[in-house]
Design a protein around this ligand. Structure first.
Ligand code: SF4
Ligand code: SF4
Length: 432
């Protein structure tokens, strides 16, 4: 891992002035904002939040109300897509959160819990494996099913919804595949690196395997580089940019020099941050150029498959399928067509667009846990539009969205399968 002295650079004291200046207060972003759609409050809209950031930049005190309005933002970046002035809202809210964190007096418990999660857990394969094994044993004991059942009938009070959101452990964990190379099926046409994430190695091990298989089917030799780890997205969204920089350096060291055509992720939230390593490390001389090269190679798996000649030996998947845009793929990376085209290429599959597919599902990293009430309200609305399509498979492109939508299906008892786009493709290749 990179020396921490190499990444102790830029400390923003809040959103950058030229970002704040870009907003012309037109309000065209309001309807694209999930929190504004629920609350109808200007201060919980993008324009209102920017207005408050400007006030703080001009010397107004940081109040609890300001903190709450910024905390309630999903950082979904729906407002960025709607904004005609090119406001970099995602960067602004990250900067605002870093400033809030720097000015926040946390108690002993809160500081230690954050250290435990963001440093000890997410950055350690051993800790994640231990946590995953404990979770698995809990599931096998039936306690988790019991807790979910009690949550379903609201017997766990405020914990009821949280019980639906806990990820499952999916052994054998994908950590055992890190460091391995998987050959292309048939002629090797591409050589790619695959970044497997952090929690995904434990909770989405089968999704990671499906991703490797689909890439192999499409002529890719897939290397899962040894030194990789967490991408730092959760750290960045939680006001910990220094930790995010350390993790970025580690991933860059793992990949740069490997002669890859592309670096692939199947997690839209991670991909968005991975593509922004150039910006994250622009003030770190030792890494700035490498970070730009790394960012240039980053591709979401759907984006990459959409850019190469697709292996069309796909079997039939007889199902009506709808697609929920993952915010960080749609708004963060502007990848919208590729997942839809990949799904539509599968014989037998009937694709039905849902209304407001690019509105956040309420997942947003750890938002569904820390802002659970708002997250559940947003999910409720999402499930109404999903159910209106009549689809039996809900496809999406991010592990966090998979968890959130699976919780929505359980809470509504509607029984759809929730799958990543590459899992639907994998199914089609298997049935070919
Ligand atoms: S963020 Fe963009 S769309 Fe929203 S008020 Fe500002 S300029 Fe208008
Ligand atoms: S990032 Fe999402 S929740 Fe936050 S202001 Fe923009 S649209 Fe609203």
């Amino acid at each position: 891992m990179a020396d921490s002295t190499a990444v102790s650079e830029p400390k923003h004291s809040g959103p950058r002035q030229f970002d704040l200046d870009r907003c012309v207060h037109c309000g065209l972003c309001l309807n694209a904002c999930p929190t504004y759609r629920v609350l109808g409050l200007e201060m919980d809209s993008p324009r209102g939040r920017i207005y408050q950031m400007v006030q703080v930049a001009e010397g107004a005190p940081i109040t609890d109300a300001y903190r709450q309005h910024i905390d309630l933002c999903l950082a979904c970046r729906g407002c960025e897509s709607a904004c005609p002035s090119g406001v970099r809202y995602g960067r602004m809210v990250e900067d605002a959160r870093a400033e809030l964190e720097a000015n926040r007096e946390r108690g002993w418990w809160s500081r230690h819990m954050r250290h435990l999660i963001f440093v000890r857990l997410l950055q350690s394969r051993t800790a994640l494996s231990v946590a995953g094994t404990m979770l698995y044993l809990l599931e096998r004991s039936g306690l988790k099913a019991l807790a979910r059942g009690l949550g379903q009938i609201r017997l766990l009070g405020p914990w009821s919804d949280l019980m639906q959101l806990t990820p499952s452990a999916d052994p054998p964990f994908f950590f055992s595949k890190i460091g391995q190379t998987f050959p292309a099926e048939g002629e090797r046409r591409h050589r790619v690196a695959f970044l497997a994430g952090c929690i995904a190695n434990v909770s989405f091990a089968r999704l990671n395997e499906a991703t490797v298989r689909v890439l192999q089917k499409n002529g890719c030799e897939v290397v899962v580089p040894e030194g990789q780890g967490c991408c730092g997205a959760l750290h960045l969204h939680s006001g910990l940019p220094e930790e995010a920089r350390k993790l970025a350096c580690r991933n860059i060291d793992a990949v740069i020099g490997g002669e890859f055509d592309a670096v692939i992720t199947n997690a839209a939230g991670c991909g968005s941050t991975l593509k922004e390593y150039g910006e994250l490390l622009e003030g770190v001389p030792e890494y700035a150029e490498k970070a730009r090269r790394f960012a240039g190679l980053m591709k979401d798996v759907t984006e990459y498959l959409g850019s190469i000649e697709l292996n069309r030996k796909l079997g039939r998947v007889e199902a009506v399928v709808t697609y929920q845009d993952s915010c960080h793929l749609s708004h963060g990376q502007k990848v919208r067509r590729a997942p839809r085209e990949l799904l539509s290429a599968i014989p037998g599959l009937e694709f039905r667009e849902m209304a407001g597919a690019d509105l956040c599902c309420g997942s947003a990293g750890v938002y569904n846990v820390v802002e659970n009430a708002m997250s559940m309200e947003i999910l409720e609305r999402k499930m109404e539009t999903v159910n209106a399509t009549g689809a039996r498979i809900i496809a999406t492109a991010n592990p966090g969205c998979l968890l959130q939508l699976q919780a929505g299906v359980r809470m509504h008892g509607t029984g759809q399968r929730v799958m990543h786009v590459v899992e639907v493709l994998d199914l089609a290749y298997k049935t070919a």
